[in-house]
Design a protein around this ligand. Structure first.
Ligand SMILES: C[S@@+](CC[C@H](N)C(=O)[O-])C[C@H]1O[C@@H](n2cnc3c(N)ncnc32)[C@H](O)[C@@H]1O
Length: 219
Protein backbone atom coordinates (compact mmCIF):
# COMPACT_ATOMS: atom_id res chain seq x y z
CA UNK A 1 0.00 0.00 0.00
CA UNK A 2 1.73 3.18 -1.18
CA UNK A 3 0.06 5.64 1.17
CA UNK A 4 0.25 3.65 4.36
CA UNK A 5 1.07 5.61 7.48
CA UNK A 6 4.39 3.99 8.43
CA UNK A 7 3.96 1.66 11.41
CA UNK A 8 0.22 2.41 11.35
CA UNK A 9 -0.63 -1.02 12.67
CA UNK A 10 1.83 -0.50 15.56
CA UNK A 11 -0.55 1.92 17.28
CA UNK A 12 -3.88 0.86 18.76
CA UNK A 13 -6.35 2.54 21.08
CA UNK A 14 -4.70 0.88 24.09
CA UNK A 15 -1.36 2.49 23.13
CA UNK A 16 -3.05 5.88 22.76
CA UNK A 17 -4.74 5.55 26.15
CA UNK A 18 -1.49 4.48 27.82
CA UNK A 19 0.49 7.28 26.15
CA UNK A 20 -2.01 10.01 27.10
CA UNK A 21 -2.37 8.73 30.67
CA UNK A 22 1.37 9.50 30.87
CA UNK A 23 1.09 12.83 29.05
CA UNK A 24 -1.99 14.18 30.89
CA UNK A 25 -0.22 15.53 34.02
CA UNK A 26 2.40 17.42 31.96
CA UNK A 27 0.55 17.97 28.67
CA UNK A 28 -0.33 21.65 29.16
CA UNK A 29 3.13 22.48 30.45
CA UNK A 30 4.75 20.82 27.44
CA UNK A 31 2.38 21.59 24.54
CA UNK A 32 0.18 24.58 25.45
CA UNK A 33 2.40 27.29 23.97
CA UNK A 34 4.29 25.63 21.13
CA UNK A 35 1.09 24.30 19.53
CA UNK A 36 -1.08 27.33 20.29
CA UNK A 37 -0.86 28.91 16.79
CA UNK A 38 -2.43 25.76 15.31
CA UNK A 39 -5.24 25.77 17.85
CA UNK A 40 -5.93 29.46 17.19
CA UNK A 41 -6.04 28.82 13.42
CA UNK A 42 -8.21 25.72 13.85
CA UNK A 43 -10.69 27.46 16.14
CA UNK A 44 -10.92 30.46 13.79
CA UNK A 45 -11.61 28.18 10.81
CA UNK A 46 -14.15 25.99 12.63
CA UNK A 47 -15.92 28.69 14.64
CA UNK A 48 -19.67 28.72 13.92
CA UNK A 49 -21.43 31.22 16.23
CA UNK A 50 -24.95 29.90 16.70
CA UNK A 51 -23.89 26.50 15.36
CA UNK A 52 -22.67 23.22 16.86
CA UNK A 53 -19.02 22.14 16.56
CA UNK A 54 -17.50 18.76 17.41
CA UNK A 55 -13.96 18.89 18.81
CA UNK A 56 -12.47 15.44 18.20
CA UNK A 57 -9.55 14.54 20.46
CA UNK A 58 -10.26 17.55 22.64
CA UNK A 59 -7.58 16.42 25.10
CA UNK A 60 -7.18 18.85 28.01
CA UNK A 61 -9.42 21.35 26.19
CA UNK A 62 -6.75 23.93 25.33
CA UNK A 63 -8.66 25.04 22.20
CA UNK A 64 -12.06 25.38 23.89
CA UNK A 65 -11.56 28.97 25.17
CA UNK A 66 -10.54 30.06 21.65
CA UNK A 67 -14.06 29.71 20.24
CA UNK A 68 -16.74 32.39 20.16
CA UNK A 69 -19.02 32.21 23.22
CA UNK A 70 -21.97 31.67 20.87
CA UNK A 71 -20.45 28.55 19.30
CA UNK A 72 -21.88 25.45 20.96
CA UNK A 73 -19.16 22.82 21.51
CA UNK A 74 -19.02 19.09 22.13
CA UNK A 75 -15.64 17.49 22.84
CA UNK A 76 -14.76 13.80 22.69
CA UNK A 77 -11.60 11.93 23.62
CA UNK A 78 -10.45 8.40 24.33
CA UNK A 79 -8.38 9.43 27.35
CA UNK A 80 -10.16 9.92 30.67
CA UNK A 81 -7.15 11.64 32.33
CA UNK A 82 -7.00 14.17 29.45
CA UNK A 83 -10.77 14.74 29.64
CA UNK A 84 -10.58 15.29 33.41
CA UNK A 85 -8.29 18.25 32.69
CA UNK A 86 -10.74 19.52 30.04
CA UNK A 87 -13.61 19.34 32.57
CA UNK A 88 -11.56 21.38 35.04
CA UNK A 89 -10.79 23.99 32.36
CA UNK A 90 -14.46 24.30 31.37
CA UNK A 91 -15.40 24.83 35.02
CA UNK A 92 -12.61 27.29 35.88
CA UNK A 93 -13.08 29.37 32.72
CA UNK A 94 -16.89 29.10 32.83
CA UNK A 95 -17.11 27.87 29.25
CA UNK A 96 -20.88 27.56 29.27
CA UNK A 97 -21.07 26.90 25.55
CA UNK A 98 -19.42 23.48 26.06
CA UNK A 99 -22.41 21.14 26.00
CA UNK A 100 -20.55 17.89 26.57
CA UNK A 101 -17.14 16.27 27.08
CA UNK A 102 -17.49 12.59 26.34
CA UNK A 103 -15.33 9.48 26.36
CA UNK A 104 -15.65 8.28 22.77
CA UNK A 105 -13.58 6.74 19.99
CA UNK A 106 -12.95 9.16 17.09
CA UNK A 107 -13.22 6.20 14.70
CA UNK A 108 -16.68 5.14 16.00
CA UNK A 109 -18.73 8.19 16.88
CA UNK A 110 -22.06 7.76 18.66
CA UNK A 111 -23.68 10.73 16.86
CA UNK A 112 -26.28 10.57 14.08
CA UNK A 113 -25.34 11.57 10.52
CA UNK A 114 -25.15 15.32 9.76
CA UNK A 115 -25.19 16.49 13.41
CA UNK A 116 -22.46 19.16 13.42
CA UNK A 117 -21.84 22.39 11.51
CA UNK A 118 -18.10 21.72 11.71
CA UNK A 119 -15.70 19.10 13.05
CA UNK A 120 -12.35 20.32 14.35
CA UNK A 121 -9.39 18.10 15.17
CA UNK A 122 -6.22 19.94 16.21
CA UNK A 123 -3.21 17.61 16.48
CA UNK A 124 -5.27 14.42 16.32
CA UNK A 125 -5.09 12.84 12.84
CA UNK A 126 -1.48 11.71 13.37
CA UNK A 127 -2.47 10.16 16.71
CA UNK A 128 -5.57 8.11 15.88
CA UNK A 129 -4.81 4.49 14.99
CA UNK A 130 -6.74 4.68 11.67
CA UNK A 131 -6.79 8.18 10.12
CA UNK A 132 -8.94 7.18 7.12
CA UNK A 133 -11.64 5.53 9.24
CA UNK A 134 -11.58 8.63 11.44
CA UNK A 135 -12.04 10.95 8.45
CA UNK A 136 -14.95 8.77 7.25
CA UNK A 137 -16.65 9.15 10.63
CA UNK A 138 -16.02 12.91 10.80
CA UNK A 139 -17.43 13.32 7.28
CA UNK A 140 -20.51 11.31 8.29
CA UNK A 141 -21.38 13.50 11.29
CA UNK A 142 -20.74 16.87 9.61
CA UNK A 143 -23.73 18.52 7.92
CA UNK A 144 -23.80 19.11 4.16
CA UNK A 145 -22.07 22.45 3.60
CA UNK A 146 -20.02 21.98 6.78
CA UNK A 147 -16.28 21.52 7.17
CA UNK A 148 -13.70 19.27 8.75
CA UNK A 149 -10.81 21.38 10.07
CA UNK A 150 -7.52 19.62 10.76
CA UNK A 151 -4.20 20.75 12.15
CA UNK A 152 -1.41 18.23 12.12
CA UNK A 153 2.20 17.62 11.26
CA UNK A 154 2.79 16.34 7.74
CA UNK A 155 5.94 14.26 7.48
CA UNK A 156 8.97 15.39 5.47
CA UNK A 157 9.48 13.47 2.22
CA UNK A 158 13.30 13.57 2.13
CA UNK A 159 16.43 14.85 3.87
CA UNK A 160 17.57 14.90 7.49
CA UNK A 161 14.12 15.64 8.90
CA UNK A 162 12.68 12.63 7.06
CA UNK A 163 15.47 10.45 8.53
CA UNK A 164 14.76 11.68 12.07
CA UNK A 165 11.03 11.10 11.56
CA UNK A 166 11.71 7.57 10.31
CA UNK A 167 13.74 6.90 13.47
CA UNK A 168 10.96 8.34 15.65
CA UNK A 169 8.40 6.37 13.63
CA UNK A 170 9.86 3.11 14.91
CA UNK A 171 8.86 4.31 18.38
CA UNK A 172 5.37 5.46 17.39
CA UNK A 173 3.56 3.12 19.79
CA UNK A 174 5.28 4.58 22.86
CA UNK A 175 5.10 8.14 21.51
CA UNK A 176 1.40 7.71 20.73
CA UNK A 177 1.64 9.44 17.32
CA UNK A 178 2.92 8.92 13.75
CA UNK A 179 5.88 11.27 13.04
CA UNK A 180 6.01 10.18 9.36
CA UNK A 181 2.41 11.01 8.49
CA UNK A 182 2.28 11.61 4.68
CA UNK A 183 0.02 14.28 3.11
CA UNK A 184 -1.28 11.60 0.72
CA UNK A 185 -3.35 10.08 3.55
CA UNK A 186 -5.48 13.23 3.51
CA UNK A 187 -5.10 14.05 -0.19
CA UNK A 188 -6.01 10.58 -1.41
CA UNK A 189 -8.91 10.35 1.04
CA UNK A 190 -10.38 13.58 -0.39
CA UNK A 191 -9.72 12.52 -3.98
CA UNK A 192 -11.63 9.27 -3.46
CA UNK A 193 -14.74 11.07 -2.11
CA UNK A 194 -16.62 13.15 -4.68
CA UNK A 195 -18.66 14.94 -1.98
CA UNK A 196 -15.56 16.27 -0.21
CA UNK A 197 -13.25 19.02 -1.47
CA UNK A 198 -10.04 20.60 -0.21
CA UNK A 199 -10.97 24.15 0.80
CA UNK A 200 -7.58 25.15 2.21
CA UNK A 201 -4.12 23.77 2.96
CA UNK A 202 -1.81 26.20 4.77
CA UNK A 203 1.47 25.82 6.69
CA UNK A 204 1.40 27.26 10.21
CA UNK A 205 3.85 28.63 12.74
CA UNK A 206 6.21 27.58 14.15
CA UNK A 207 8.38 27.01 11.03
CA UNK A 208 5.58 25.48 8.96
CA UNK A 209 5.88 22.39 11.13
CA UNK A 210 2.10 22.00 11.18
CA UNK A 211 -0.50 22.28 8.43
CA UNK A 212 -4.06 23.61 8.58
CA UNK A 213 -6.40 21.67 6.30
CA UNK A 214 -10.04 22.55 5.64
CA UNK A 215 -12.18 19.91 3.93
CA UNK A 216 -15.65 20.94 2.77
CA UNK A 217 -18.64 18.62 2.49
CA UNK A 218 -20.86 19.40 -0.50
CA UNK A 219 -24.03 21.29 0.43
C1 LIG B 1 -1.99 15.62 20.72
S1 LIG B 1 -3.47 15.48 21.64
C2 LIG B 1 -4.37 16.91 21.04
C3 LIG B 1 -5.29 17.46 22.10
C4 LIG B 1 -5.90 18.83 21.78
N1 LIG B 1 -6.68 18.78 20.57
C5 LIG B 1 -4.82 19.87 21.68
O1 LIG B 1 -4.77 20.59 20.68
O2 LIG B 1 -4.05 20.00 22.63
C6 LIG B 1 -4.31 14.13 20.83
C7 LIG B 1 -5.57 13.70 21.54
O3 LIG B 1 -6.28 12.76 20.71
C8 LIG B 1 -6.83 11.77 21.54
N2 LIG B 1 -7.11 10.56 20.74
C9 LIG B 1 -6.24 9.76 20.10
N3 LIG B 1 -6.86 8.72 19.50
C10 LIG B 1 -8.18 8.90 19.74
C11 LIG B 1 -9.35 8.18 19.36
N4 LIG B 1 -9.29 7.07 18.61
N5 LIG B 1 -10.53 8.63 19.79
C12 LIG B 1 -10.62 9.77 20.54
N6 LIG B 1 -9.55 10.49 20.93
C13 LIG B 1 -8.35 10.07 20.53
C14 LIG B 1 -5.77 11.55 22.61
O4 LIG B 1 -6.29 10.90 23.75
C15 LIG B 1 -5.31 12.99 22.86
O5 LIG B 1 -6.05 13.59 23.90
Amino acid sequence: MTNAVPHESAIGNADVEAAYARWAPIYDLTFALVMRPGRVAAAAAADRPGGLVLDVGVGTGLELPLFDKATRLVGIDLSRPMLAKAHARVASKRLNQVEGLLVMDAMHLAFPDATFDAVVAPYVLTVVPDPRASLDEWARVVKPGGEIVLVNHVGAERGAVAAIEAWLGRRSASLGWHPQFPWAVIGDWIAARPGMTLAERRPLAPFGLFTLTRIKKAG
